[in-house]
Write a protein that binds this ligand. Structure first.
Ligand SMILES: *Cc1c(COP(=O)(O)O)cnc(C)c1O
Length: 366
């Protein structure tokens, strides 16, 4: 699905040198590379502050702790997403309120949000799924009207751009109160282990998030709030400092691979190529199609039998997951249908037409 070695190989000397520097300095926790990376990422995203942390799941949890949500508060999120989004909500004693997704973009259906708002609702958590921004203009209108906080789960969409109807362009993760992201190796900006960050424009919210990520302390051994231990390793920050320089190139490579797939697969009757909304760019964390008129699982097995990897993101919608199904008795027809029809093909920064043609030929012979 990805070619992490191929990507590393091209920048091996630069990355190895950065890692060696960290080892030579032995500043493994909160070394200079961490601050440096936070500054550079903030610049890249045109956001005031970046707070790094241990992973993208922690970033979501720290965001919700920093915003002072209380047990029993309701948080609205799409039902078609990675489990992390719902997991932290439940862990904090909050109540996840699922909303179905748009059948074209696979992102939260903003027309269904208002009917889910109660006097307990405190926030909406849009997920910019597969690399394309949710309909933020409509979502922010609702959040303003009801005075709700917005946390953007940007783990799959770092670098995606959203255009508002007045022409303003903003980076994914910088439109709400807090944006969270992940540097899991296979994400669009990945490190060599776990890593994550929060993107924030408000100074006091930044300070609070930074404290929470570091045991609730600003001054060592003086704990002002209850926090967690969630820091980005200096080693990972050093790697990210190198890789951030290439993120725009990486995005372009993914977009080029996607457009080649689009061109060749649009004529395949049993597949729908990804829809891209006019208000967002797509950074193709995943290249996700839907099948039509065939058995998706049979198709997936055929591909596997012919050596073509593919993945289902996600095979079971959250409200049907064993750990979460007690939280909602509703049905979500779009998410339920997508769990049976989505299929993601390999997409990464090292793809060329030769690899893609092999995949495309096998698909066509099915
Ligand atoms: C990867 C991912 C996360 C979690 O990030 P980790 O770094 O793996 O904790 C959260 N939300 C979404 C949508 C993701 O894809």
């Amino acid at each position: 699905m990805v070619d992490l070695y191929g990507q590393y190989f091209k920048i091996k000397d630069e990355v190895n040198e950065a890692i060696q520097e960290v080892m030579d300095s032995s500043a493994f926790i909160k070394g200079p590379a961490v601050k440096n990376f936070e500054t550079k990422l903030a610049e890249f995203c045109s956001v005031e502050h970046v707070v790094s942390c241990g992973n993208g799941t922690d970033a979501l949890q720290i965001a919700m702790m920093a915003l002072d949500f209380k047990a029993g508060d309701e948080v609205i999120l799409p039902v078609h997403t990675y489990v992390a989004t719902a997991e932290v909500i439940v862990l904090l004693g909050l109540k996840p309120v699922f909303v179905d997704v748009d059948p074209h973009t696979f992102n939260i259906d903003t027309t269904q949000i208002e009917s889910k708002i109660t006097d307990k609702t405190v926030a909406i958590v849009p997920v910019h799924l597969y690399g394309q921004c949710a309909d933020m203009e409509a979502l922010l209108k609702i959040s303003k009207k009801y005075e709700l906080k917005v946390i953007e789960d940007t783990a799959q969409a770092l670098g995606a751009l959203y255009t508002f109807s007045d022409g303003t362009v903003k980076q994914a993760g910088t439109m709400g109160d807090i944006g969270t992201t992940s540097f899991f190796p296979s994400k669009n900006l990945g490190c060599f282990g776990d890593g994550g960050a929060l993107m924030i424009n408000d100074a006091s919210l930044t300070e609070k998030s930074r404290m929470i990520a570091n045991h609730g302390q600003q001054k060592k051994y003086h704990h002002d709030v209850i926090g967690v231990n969630s820091r980005l390793d200096t080693m990972q920050a050093a790697i990210l400092n190198v890789k951030l320089k290439y993120l725009n190139d990486y995005t372009l490579k993914r977009q080029q691979a996607a457009s080649y797939y689009n061109e060749k697969l649009s004529e395949v009757e049993f597949l729908n190529t990804p829809y891209v909304a006019s208000n967002s760019t797509h950074v193709y964390h995943q290249y996700t199609l839907t099948t039509e008129g065939i058995d998706r699982d049979e198709f997936k097995k055929y591909l596997a039998d012919h050596g073509i990897p593919s993945m289902i993101y996600y095979p079971v919608p959250l409200h049907h997951q064993k750990a979460y199904k007690h939280l909602s008795s509703e049905s979500f027809s779009v998410a339920e249908a997508l769990s049976k029809t989505v299929i993601s093909l390999p997409i990464h920064t090292e793809m060329d037409h030769e690899i893609q043609d092999i995949i495309i030929d096998k698909i066509k012979s099915f």
